[in-house]
Design a protein around this ligand. Structure first.
Ligand code: MGD
Ligand code: MGD
Ligand code: SF4
Ligand code: MO
Length: 689
C-alpha cells in the first residue's frame, strides 16, 4: 500500500489545480452542520473555486445534487466579507474598525493574553466558545481542546443545539443508530415530527417521495404549514412546545386500545409501566385541546400509527427548542417501543445518527480538567455577571455567537465590556467579529483537511484542500497548536501532525484500518452499523442490558417536575404570540448570512395581522421583555394563528434595528440537557408608521 493511500482523496490532488488557465474538478466533502454529509465536486480555476456540485459517483445519498447554499460557496470563499489577515481593534468595541497585524504578532499577543489571564485571574477567566461552524472532528475538540484544557479554562457546555435530544437519546437508547434516510423508501407510514427536511436535510426527500409513490402515508407535525405539511395526508399544527402531550396521548391510546406491544416491552424495555401511568391523564381530547389541534386529527394519527407497518418517525430539532423539549423528545422516542415498530426495515425512528461514529478526540486533547462549566445558552449572563473569576478572555471560533445564541442584548452588553478581551477566529466578518479585540482569519473547508461525517447519512469522508489558502487564513488545527506552543502549555513533540491526527482519530474508533481501506477504495466509509442498519436487528440500545429505558432515572430527576410533565405555555396577555425561528434554505445556522443582503420579514398569520391593523409589507416592531426587532411584516397563511416566525440565522444587517430573533429569545433552559428555548419566545407585534 502506498503511504497514506487513503489520503489520496484529500489534497494530494490539489497540485493539479495550480495549473494556470485550466479548470480542474476535485473531490471534496461537506462538513457543515447538516445531516447529509454530501460528496462534492469542486471546480477550481487559477486557484479559485468557481463551481460546487454534488458528486454522482461517491456516497449514494448525495446522488449528484446538493443544496443551493453550498452551491454558493465560491462567493463565500472569495467574497468581500472574507477575513484575509489577523486584525487588531482600533475603534470602539462593535464599531468594526481594525488594523492589520501579522500572524506572528497575533500569536504572540494572544498567547501572552492567555497566560496573563490565567496567571492573574485563574484559568477559568478564559472562556472558549464554539459550536457548529466546522463540524469536523479534526478542527474541533483536538488542538483547541488541548490548549484550553491545559490552560485550565472554563469548560463550555455545548448546548445551543441537540442537548435535550442528545441527553434523551443517550439515556433511553444509548444513542442507538436510527433508520437510514434510504430506508424511508420502505416505510408505509412516515411521521415527520418537528423537522423540515425539505430545507434542513434535503436528501431525505427522495426516499420520502419514493415511499409515497408506493402508497405510504405522510404525517407532518409542525406549527407551520410547510410545503411538506401541505402535501401530507395529515398535518397537525400544534402550539409550539405542546408535543409532549400529543405523544403521551398516542401512548395512552396504544395501551387503552390493546395495541401496545406488551411482548416487546417485556423483553426489551424498562419503565413502561410508569410511562403508562404518566400518560394516563392525557386523553386524546385533553391533549388535542392543550396543543390546539383537532381531536379528530389526533385520533386519526393514533389509528394510523397503531395500524401501519413499517412506520418511521423522523424526530427533528424543532421539538426540543422549548421548556418541554426533553420530555417531548422522550415521549416521541418512546412511541416505536410502545407500538412495537422496531425490527423491520423502514420501521423505528431517526433522530441524530452521530452516535454511529465513535471518535475519541481525547487522543489529541488529553484529559479534561474539572474546571467550571459555563452553559453556552447563558453567554450573556456569563459575560456580565459571572464572578470568581469573571470572564476576562472570550475566545469565539466555529460560531457566530452574537447571531445564534439567546438573549442577544445581554451578549451585546457583555461583548462591549472594555475589560474583556475577545478573540474571534472565523473565515468571514461576522456580527460577533465586529466586537472582537482580535480577529483571526480561518480557512474554509475547501482550504484545509477535514473529516466529514454525517449525522443523518451513515457516511464518513476525508477531504483536503482543493485551493490554496485565501489571504493569510489558517486552519484551526494549526492555529491552536501554535497557540499551545506559544503559551508554553505544550511542546512540539506532543502535538501530532495533521495527517497523524487524522490517523489517530480514525484509530480511536477501533476500526482505523477498515475505515482507511474504505476511504482509499471508494472515497467514503461506513460506520460499524453499516449503511442501512435495522433497529433491534443490526443495532441495539447501547444501554445497560441493551434495553430501552422509557423512564431514565437521571432525566426524571433533572426535569423540574419529572420527565413527561407538561409545563404550560409561557404566553401572557401582554405577549400572546409564540415566535419561532426555524432553519431556512438561505443559511446554515448563520453561515452564508453575509451573502443575503435582503431584509428579513416577520411571518404573521392574517388573523393576527388583522387584529393589529398590520398589512403585508408594513413596518412592525416585534417586542417582549427581552428585546425588540424592527422589520417588515409578511402576512402568511403558512403558520397557525398565534404563531409568528423570523428566520433562524439572521445577521444584524437583516433588520432595521440590528436585532434578530435571538434578541427576543429568553435564556431559560429546557427541562433536560440545558438546551436553548428559542421557541419559547413570546412576543407582541405592533405596526409602526
Ligand atoms: N433563533 C434561533 N437561533 C438558533 C437556532 C434556532 O433554531 N433559532 N438554532 C441553533 C442551532 S440548531 C445551532 S446548531 C446554532 C449554531 O450556531 P453557530 O455555531 O454560531 O453556527 P453558525 O452561525 O453557522 O456559525 C459558525 C461560524 O463558524 C465559522 N467557521 C466555519 N468553519 C470554520 C473553521 O474551520 N474554523 C473557524 N475558526 N471558523 C469556522 C463560520 O464562518 C461561521 O461564522 O445556532 C442556534 N441558533
Ligand atoms: N438549510 C439549512 N439546513 C440546516 C440548518 C440550517 O440552518 N439551514 N441547520 C442545521 C442544524 S444546525 C440543525 S440542528 C438542523 C435542524 O433542522 P430541523 O430539525 O428541521 O429544525 P428546525 O428548522 O429548527 O425546525 C424544524 C421544524 O420544526 C417546527 N417547529 C418549531 N417549533 C416546534 C414545536 O414546538 N413542535 C413541533 N412539532 N414543531 C416545531 C418548525 O416550524 C420547523 O418547520 O438542520 C440542519 N440543516
Ligand atoms: S449543507 Fe447539507 S445538503 Fe448542503 S452540501 Fe452540505 S451536506 Fe449537502
Ligand atoms: Mo443545530
Amino acid at each position: 500500500m502506498r503511504p497514506h493511500a487513503w489520503l489520496v482523496h484529500t489534497g494530494a490532488v490539489a497540485g493539479e489545480a495550480r495549473l494556470p488557465g485550466v479548470a480542474t474538478t476535485l473531490p471534496s466533502a461537506c462538513p457543515l452542520d447538516c445531516p447529509d454529509a454530501c460528496s462534492l465536486e469542486v471546480t477550481v480555476e487559477d486557484g479559485r473555486v468557481t463551481r460546487v456540485e454534488g458528486a454522482r459517483d461517491r456516497n449514494p445519498l448525495t446522488s449528484g445534487f446538493i443544496c443551493a447554499k453550498v452551491r454558493r460557496l465560491p462567493e463565500h470563499v472569495h467574497g468581500e466579507e472574507r477575513v484575509l489577515h489577523p486584525m487588531l481593534r482600533t475603534g470602539e468595541k462593535g464599531a468594526g474598525r481594525f488594523e492589520r497585524i501579522t500572524w506572528p504578532e497575533a500569536i504572540a499577543l494572544l498567547a501572552s493574553r492567555l497566560v496573563e489571564a490565567r496567571d492573574r485571574f485563574g484559568g477559568e477567566s478564559i472562556l472558549p466558545y464554539s459550536y457548529g461552524g466546522s463540524n469536523g472532528p479534526l478542527s474541533q475538540g483536538t488542538t483547541d481542546a488541548l490548549l484550553f484544557r491545559r490552560l485550565g479554562a472554563s469548560r463550555l457546555a455545548r448546548t445551543v443545539c441537540a442537548a435535550p435530544t442528545g441527553a434523551v437519546a443517550t439515556a433511553m437508547y444509548g444513542k442507538m443508530e436510527g433508520v437510514a434516510p434510504a430506508d424511508y423508501a420502505e416505510a408505509r407510514l412516515i411521521v415527520v415530527w418537528g423537522a423540515n427536511p425539505q430545507v434542513s436535510g434535503i436528501h431525505l426527500m427522495p426516499p420520502i417521495r419514493a415511499a409515497r409513490a408506493r402508497g405510504a402515508k405522510l404525517v407532518v407535525i409542525d406549527p407551520r404549514a410547510t410545503p411538506l405539511a401541505r402535501q401530507a395526508d395529515l398535518h397537525l399544527a400544534p402550539r409550539p412546545g405542546a408535543d409532549v402531550v400529543l405523544a403521551l396521548a398516542l401512548i395512552r391510546e396504544l395501551f387503552e386500545t390493546g395495541r401496545a406491544d406488551l411482548a416487546f416491552l417485556a423483553a426489551h424495555a424498562e419503565g413502561w409501566q410508569e410511562l403508562r401511568r404518566r400518560a394516563e391523564p392525557w386523553t386524546v381530547a385533553r391533549a388535542a385541546a392543550t396543543a390546539g389541534v383537532a381531536e379528530g386529527d389526533l385520533r386519526a394519527l393514533a389509528a394510523l400509527y397503531a395500524d401501519t407497518n413499517p412506520a418511521v418517525v423522523r424526530c427533528g430539532w424543532g421539538v426540543e427548542r422549548n421548556r418541554n423539549g426533553g420530555s417531548a423528545v422522550a415521549a416521541i422516542l418512546a412511541l416505536p417501543a410502545v407500538a412495537g415498530k422496531f425490527g423491520v426495515r423502514g420501521g423505528g425512528y431517526t433522530l441524530s445518527n452521530s452516535g454511529a461514529w465513535r471518535f475519541d478526540a481525547g487522543v489529541i486533547a488529553g484529559p479534561e480538567p474539572a474546571t467550571r462549566v459555563v452553559n453556552m445558552n447563558r453567554l450573556g449572563e456569563a459575560l456580565t455577571s459571572l464572578a470568581d473569576p469573571p470572564v476576562r478572555l472570550l475566545f469565539v471560533y466555529d460560531s457566530n455567537a452574537l447571531a445564534t445564541s439567546p438573549h442577544q442584548s445581554l451578549i451585546r452588553r457583555g461583548l462591549a465590556r472594555t475589560d474583556l478581551f475577545t478573540v474571534v477566529f472565523d473565515a468571514v466578518a461576522t456580527d460577533t467579529a465586529r466586537f472582537a479585540d482580535l480577529v483571526l482569519p480561518a480557512t474554509t473547508f475547501l482550504e484545509h483537511r477535514e473529516l466529514s461525517r454525517g449525522y443523518g447519512a451513515f457516511v464518513l469522508q476525508a477531504a483536503g484542500p482543493v485551493i490554496p489558502r485565501v489571504g493569510e487564513a489558517r486552519p484551526n488545527y494549526e492555529v491552536f497548536a501554535d497557540l499551545a506552543l506559544a503559551a508554553g502549555v505544550a511542546t512540539r513533540d506532543e502535538i501530532p501532525s495533521e495527517e497523524d491526527a487524522i490517523r489517530l482519530l480514525l484509530d480511536s474508533t477501533g476500526r482505523g484500518d477498515e475505515l482507511r481501506d474504505e476511504l482509499a477504495g471508494r472515497g467514503w466509509a461506513t460506520p460499524e452499523a453499516g449503511e442501512r442498519p435495522i433497529q433491534f436487528v443490526d443495532v441495539h440500545p447501547r444501554t445497560a442490558g441493551r434495553r430501552v429505558h422509557l423512564l431514565p432515572e437521571a432525566l426524571d430527576r433533572e426535569a423540574p417536575e419529572g420527565l413527561y410533565r407538561f409545563r404550560d405555555d409561557p404566553a401572557t396577555a401582554e405577549y400572546p404570540l409564540a415566535l419561532i425561528s426555524p432553519a431556512t434554505g438561505r443559511t446554515i445556522s448563520s453561515t452564508f448570512g453575509q451573502l443575503h443582503p435582503e431584509p428579513a420579514r416577520l411571518a404573521i398569520h392574517a388573523s393576527d395581522a388583522a387584529a393589529r391593523g398590520i398589512a403585508d409589507g408594513d413596518r412592525v416592531r416585534v417586542h417582549n421583555e427581552w428585546g425588540e426587532v424592527v422589520c417588515r411584516a409578511q402576512v402568511s397563511d403558512g403558520l397557525r394563528p398565534g404563531v409568528v416566525e423570523l428566520p433562524k440565522g439572521l445577521w444584524s444587517h437583516h433588520t432595521e434595528n440590528g436585532a434578530t430573533a435571538n434578541a427576543l429569545a429568553p435564556d431559560t433552559l429546557t427541562d433536560v440537557g440545558g438546551g436553548a428555548c428559542f421557541n419559547d419566545a413570546r412576543v407582541d407585534v405592533e405596526r409602526l408608521g
